[in-house]
Design a protein around this ligand. Structure first.
Ligand code: CP
Length: 325
């Protein structure tokens, strides 16, 4: 691997030492996460014991924003790697009394943390923590972004790639459509960067003009505003939640109107290839972006995505913890 001097996620040997964003990561780094996850896929099943790769290490889950899937699967992943896991209860922590993010980090670093898994409503918060740790010389502490604002959700992107590769084997012939609120979606950004890096030849985004970022074509995607045209002959459909908490002003007439035009119903899904898979990062809003008959139907792989997230997060934790700086 080529040495990196510019990407703060890579050490001088080009190895992943923090995971902050998929943007700018070399294809080999992404492929290494996916192949490492293969090795972990069975760990924790009844017949496979935990592995000791993170024994003696402390993983701190710092979730400043709500989560069901990401927080829990990071905890399971860290425990299967034999780490000690500390889930900071943000509402009951000194953050609620006005302590700054970096003061909280300094105090947790003083408790001999080895890894911070960070979710934050502000884009760039994990990056800020990683730079701060470098500045104070805490080079042994690694940071994994568990979702920051509308910027990035790299482990979701990686587990989505793992899911697609599991069902479709190879990215080189695929057409993938990402549908809905692209503007506010960190998952969309991470998926687009991952798909284009892994060689997917056609990535489409489908949504109303008000929910697409300006100049999104610059990310290497084709833009559609019509579901029938955008879903035609696709192999993979990734539905997104309307991120109401990040919307400013009225970007939509109503959720019912959105569902009529962009909600994934069986009729709209029929435009995709017959063996197309349907994905959703969760949490789902049934009847807003997806019809229950599709969410629970034979083409949906939404719950397998969650399960694959454990192996992928084991891979990420073990890779970054195993890297020096
Ligand atoms: N996909 C995802 O990030 O879900 P949570 O918000 O439940 O973690």
């Amino acid at each position: 691997m080529m040495p990196s001097t510019t990407n703060p996620q890579l050490n001088r040997n080009g190895e992943l030492t923090h995971l902050l964003s998929i943007e700018g990561l070399p294809r080999a780094v992404l492929e290494n996460v996916l192949s490492t996850a293969d090795a972990f896929a069975g760990v924790g099943d009844r017949e496979v014991k935990k592995v000791p790769l993170l024994r003696g290490k402390s993983v701190f889950n710092l979730f400043f924003e709500n989560s069901t899937r990401t927080r829990t699967t990071f905890e399971i992943a860290a425990k299967r790697l034999s780490a000690d896991v500390i889930n900071l209860n943000i509402n009951a922590s000194s953050t609620a009394k006005g302590e700054s993010l970096l003061d909280t980090v300094d105090n947790l670093a003083a408790m001999q943390a080895d890894l911070f898994v960070v979710r934050h409503a502000s884009s760039g918060a994990p990056h800020l923590i990683a730079s701060h740790l470098d500045r104070i010389g805490a080079h042994h502490i690694h940071v994994v972004n568990a979702g920051d604002g509308r910027h990035a959700h790299p482990t979701q992107g990686l587990l989505d790639m793992y899911t697609i590769r599991h069902y479709k084997k190879d990215f080189s012939q695929l057409t993938v459509a990402i549908v809905g609120d692209i503007l506010h979606s960190r998952v969309a950004r991470s998926d687009i960067h991952a798909l284009t890096t892994l060689g997917c030849p056609e990535v489409r985004v489908i949504g109303p003009r008000t929910l697409l970022p300006a100049h999104v074509e610059g990310m290497g995607v084709k833009v559609f505003h019509d579901m029938a045209a955008g879903l035609r002959d696709v192999d993979v459909v990734i539905m997104l939640r309307l991120q109401n908490e990040r919307m400013r002003g009225a970007l939509l007439p109503s959720p019912q109107e959105f569902f009529k035009t962009y909600g994934l119903s069986p009729e709209k899904l029929a435009h995709a290839k017959p063996d197309a898979i349907v994905m959703h990062p969760g949490p789902m809003n049934r009847g807003v972006e997806i019809d229950s008959s599709v969410a629970d139907g034979g083409q949906a792989v939404i719950l397998p995505q969650v399960t694959f997230g454990i192996a992928v997060r084991m891979a990420v934790l073990s890779i970054v913890a195993g890297s020096g700086r």
